[in-house]
Design a protein around this ligand. Structure first.
Ligand code: PCA
Length: 215
């Protein structure tokens, strides 16, 4: 059975929890269409995240790649349309580093951007049918989430696998993240973790079902 690689991220910055890690852990080994979910946790630091991601792609040779992370402040689940070959951090990563105007991949063969190859409109439609408001985002930011989407798409493209559905899903805060905001800071919109996990499951199901018609 073909594998759907589902990644979440460790907690980062001031957030004590990461809803993407919880969703990925909850959905590990789930059957979606003709695929089985294989979940993994990525560190919030570009070099180690890149190494971990490429090892996962090499090991599992996934038929689809669904990368997820937290976008604190966004009120809805969002599908990223594009990843840029840029790192420009507003907050340090978990190693304490802040990259400015740096490439995500410094090779001559690295294009400025990669588009998502996930079925964006079918996922939006499935969310709508499931009662989950969501939308397409035209920027994944320039932090570690953008970085892993760029690197995953680049890895697949370099190997002639650009038809493998691959992209990024940004998730709102869960209650643990929203509760950790100090009183003097603006409050964060949040969703219950179960609802966030359900949104990731519906997206994974659309991707897995798509593989049934393709293969
Ligand atoms: N969100 C960050 C990195 C890790 C995460 O969950 C981002 O949006 O780049």
């Amino acid at each position: 059975m073909s594998k759907l690689l589902l990644t979440g991220f460790e907690p980062f910055h001031t957030h004590p929890d990461n809803p993407s890690a919880r969703a990925a852990a909850a959905l590990d080994r789930l059957e979606v269409g003709h695929m089985r979910v294989v979940s993994a946790l990525l560190p919030v630091e570009p070099h180690s995240a890149g190494v971990a991601l490429e090892a996962l792609l090499e090991q599992h040779q996934p038929g689809a790649v669904l990368l997820t992370g937290l976008a604190a402040g966004r009120p809805q689940v969002t599908l990223e349309r594009v990843a840029l070959n840029v790192m420009d951090f507003n907050i340090p990563d978990n190693a304490g580093n802040t990259y400015r105007d740096a490439p995500a991949h410094a090779h001559a063969d690295a294009p400025p951007a990669y588009l998502s190859t996930l079925p964006l409109r079918p996922i939006l439609g499935a969310w709508q049918a499931a009662g989950i408001p969501g939308h397409i985002s035209n920027t994944a930011g320039l932090y570690v989430c953008n970085f892993v989407m760029y690197r995953a798409r680049h890895w697949l493209t370099q190997r002639g696998l650009s038809d493998v559905p691959c992209g990024f899903l940004h998730l709102p805060a869960n209650p643990a993240v929203a509760l950790a905001v100090p009183e003097d800071r603006p409050p964060l919109p949040y969703l219950p973790q179960e609802e966030i996990t359900r949104a990731v499951r519906v997206a994974a199901e659309v991707v897995g079902e798509g593989s049934r018609t393709q293969k």
